[in-house]
Write a protein that binds this ligand. Structure first.
Ligand SMILES: [Zn+2]
Ligand SMILES: [Zn+2]
Length: 669
């Protein structure tokens, strides 16, 4: 589905996010869930193994030979803590109140003189905390402030203050590969932004910045060493890591990764939840980087399961939580070997990690996790908590309900009844589950039809695909806008009008006869709202989000006709195209709208120059919509935010809204 930008299968999209880091629901913490990221449990594995280990459950027995091993001492310490915590109780029980995380009381570090703006009080507190983390055994941590609270500026202040405090490599063990450079890893959309924030927030010459992206063959260790900050992306790290993978099939000529060949003073992962799957190549390539200190920045360190935290713990190499311990000897390792341990002579089934020993379904384990680990490694503040520091303008939300015109309604209703009859057939056959993908397609088409019938009729595959294979000849329906019948492949039947620049090759615009171009009810409603916006405040700008890139193209073309300047951000754009678009939007007073898909623009973009948001189609998951809003509801925003969502009455969208309300309860409860 080329059109379909952000849609995920229902099962994924409907998984509700955690309300906060600290209050997971019971069903996320089952043992089974942990097994898929910590490897099979010892019991299962031992049963499968031919040379089954006999003493698989003996770790509580007294054994003088292992009594002084680190893990046993640690286990005893945990026992004591568990007794202290008291009876096992589940989340949501009456002990909720005492479960509230205790707030850290932190002194406020003064703003480093190299910064141009003073730090806000909570940002100064981070500086105190982060410097103390670097001086502790943790040697790093996670800044998990809610989105829009200035995590970047806080990280920049740490780089500067850490240098002033003399944080760095052990002077007694000099090594040519030690660099006093901080490596920042971020999504590609954020790379230019990091550079410009460093320039904007620090006095000239404070930090020398190098972008390690694109053409980088000429860059040497010497070159890296000349800079204070090197900016790169997760995909570069992953790409370069492939060259040095231990199990690589063939050794190519350049099996060398510059970023992995040095020891950085500090690594900062922006949007650190990118590595939440510890088995992914992205995570592995990041784990392989070396540094004195390691940091993660993430507004959502925990999206679905407690297990996702393990990856951050592993990245930070927190002792003992990140390690696999051997029950028989003092071996401990960050990796779980396949059958026999690489480091000692014992079977890998004799090795365990804390994360697959405990059950997080049990309240006391969660408390332990929080008190012993999260409180130490993670700092999280919310905008509401620190509203006084932030003095953020209010956010107003509106739902604009619109009604189809008669033709659109006819079209939608026939599409709907066709989809429904296909669905009913599956129900009768009992094959709903087998046809899950197809049903999802049908649903997506309905959602597209609500935006503009063109999205269905002129989709890249034509409309003759799945949808009508079940329908008979006489149920053919035509586009209410251009009368193109649904069963005809739109690509070949249409004479394309004047050629347009600025649209990518596969764009829907190139498949339309632009002489007959018509907008849709929804686009007209958007045009009205934008008109209102400009008449209220001539300097106002807005972001327009849709899940369908073709919808963005149709909107872009409609505004082009109306003489309103827009820029667009989609997944297929190069780094320089992106930064040109962002630059134009920020600096050109004529440019009023930024059209984007959440996939391309949903993360790590600071667009506070805009104060209006238009959401063209509802998402299954309300958290995703929040992410869109956080692009502009953040530090640096001085105007009240207005969020408008467009919903067509009596359509599939109203049902999605109902579903969202339910989830909102889960989200907030
Ligand atoms: Zn061993
Ligand atoms: Zn071992």
């Amino acid at each position: 589905m080329e059109e379909d930008v952000d849609v995920k299968p229902l099962s994924v999209a409907t998984a509700p996010p955690f309300p906060t880091v600290i209050a997971p629901k019971r069903r996320y913490g089952t043992r089974d869930e942990f097994e898929d990221w910590t490897g099979p449990s010892r019991r299962k594995k031992a049963k499968k193994s031919k040379n089954a280990v006999q003493d698989e459950d003996d770790d509580d027995n007294y054994d003088p030979a292992t009594e002084n091993l680190e893990w046993k001492q640690w286990a005893r310490e945990l026992e004591t803590d568990i007794v202290k915590i008291g009876k096992c109780s589940r989340w949501g029980d009456d002990d909720m109140e005492e479960d509230q995380p205790k707030k850290k009381v932190l002194a406020q570090h003064e703003t480093p003189s190299e910064l141009v703006f003073p730090l806000l009080p909570f940002q100064g507190e981070f500086l105190t905390w982060s410097l103390s983390r670097e001086e502790s055994n943790m040697r790093g941590g996670v800044l998990a402030d809610e989105m829009g609270m200035g995590k970047t500026i806080q990280a920049i202040s740490l780089i500067i203050a850490g240098r002033t405090a003399g944080h760095g490599h052990d002077p007694n063990a000099p090594d040519a590969k030690n660099l006093n450079t901080t490596l920042v890893v971020c999504p590609v959309v954020a790379i230019e932004q990091w550079k410009s924030e460093i320039e904007r927030f620090t006095k000239e010459g404070t930090l020398k910045v190098l972008i390690y992206h694109g053409n980088r063959k000429h860059i040497t260790v010497k070159e890296l060493a000349k800079h204070d900050v090197v900016l790169t992306t997760y995909s570069i790290i992953e790409h370069d890591y492939r060259k040095i993978l231990p199990d690589k099939l063939s050794a190519a000529k350049d099996d060398f990764s510059l970023l992995h060949s040095v020891k950085w003073v500090r690594i900062i992962l922006d949007e650190a939840h990118t590595i939440k799957d510890r088995a992914s190549n992205t995570a592995k390539s990041v784990f392989a980087l070396q540094s004195c200190y390691k940091w993660g920045l993430s507004g959502t360190p925990l999206q679905n399961r407690v297990g996702e935290l393990y990856s951050l713990v592993r990245y930070l190499e927190i002792n003992p939580y990140a390690y696999f311990f051997c029950k028989k000897c003092d071996c401990k390792s960050l990796e779980y070997s396949a059958t026999m341990c690489d480091k000692c002579e014992h079977a890998s089934t004799l090795h365990f990690c804390w994360w697959n020993k405990v059950s997080f379904a049990c309240g006391k384990s969660m408390k332990l996790l929080r008190q012993k680990l999260l409180d130490e490694m993670l700092l999280r503040r919310t905008k509401i908590e620190r509203a006084a520091d932030l003095s953020m303008p209010p956010k107003l939300s509106f739902v604009r309900k619109v009604v189809f015109d008669a033709k659109e309604d006819d079209y939608y209703q026939s599409l709907y009844s066709q989809s429904k009859s296909v669905f009913n057939t599956y129900v009768k056959e009992g094959s709903v589950l087998n046809n899950y993908g197809h049903i999802f397609d049908l649903l997506t088409r309905l959602r597209q039809a609500v935006d503009h019938p063109y999205l269905v009729v002129h989709s890249a595959t034509g409309a003759s695909g799945n949808l009508l294979s079940e329908g008979s000849e006489d149920t053919k329906i035509a586009c209410p806008r251009c009368e193109t019948p649904l069963t005809v492949d739109a690509k070949s039947s249409k004479v394309v009008g004047k050629k347009l620049t600025g649209y990518r090759k596969g764009s829907i615009i190139n498949r339309l006869d632009l002489n007959d171009f018509v907008t849709s009810t929804k686009i007209e409603a958007l045009k009205e709202e934008v008109k209102k916006m400009i008449s209220k405040d001539t300097s106002a700008k807005g972001l327009v989000f849709s899940q369908f890139t073709s919808m963005l193209d149709l909107i872009g073309y409609s505004f082009e006709l109306a003489g309103v300047k827009c820029v667009k951000l989609d997944g297929g754009m190069s780094l320089s195209q992106r930064s040109t678009a962002i630059d134009t939007f920020r600096n050109d007073p004529e440019c009023k709208l930024f059209l984007m898909s959440l996939k391309a623009g949903g993360v790590a973009l600071n667009l506070t120059v805009a104060s209006y948001i238009f959401l063209m189609d509802p998402w299954w998951n309300p958290a995703v919509e929040h992410q869109a809003q956080d692009r502009i509801h953040r530090i640096g925003q001085y105007k009240p935010i207005r969020v408008t969502r467009f919903v067509i009455e009596n359509s599939v969208e109203e049902r999605i809204l109902k579903l969202q309300e339910k989830k909102q309860l889960v989200f907030e409860g």
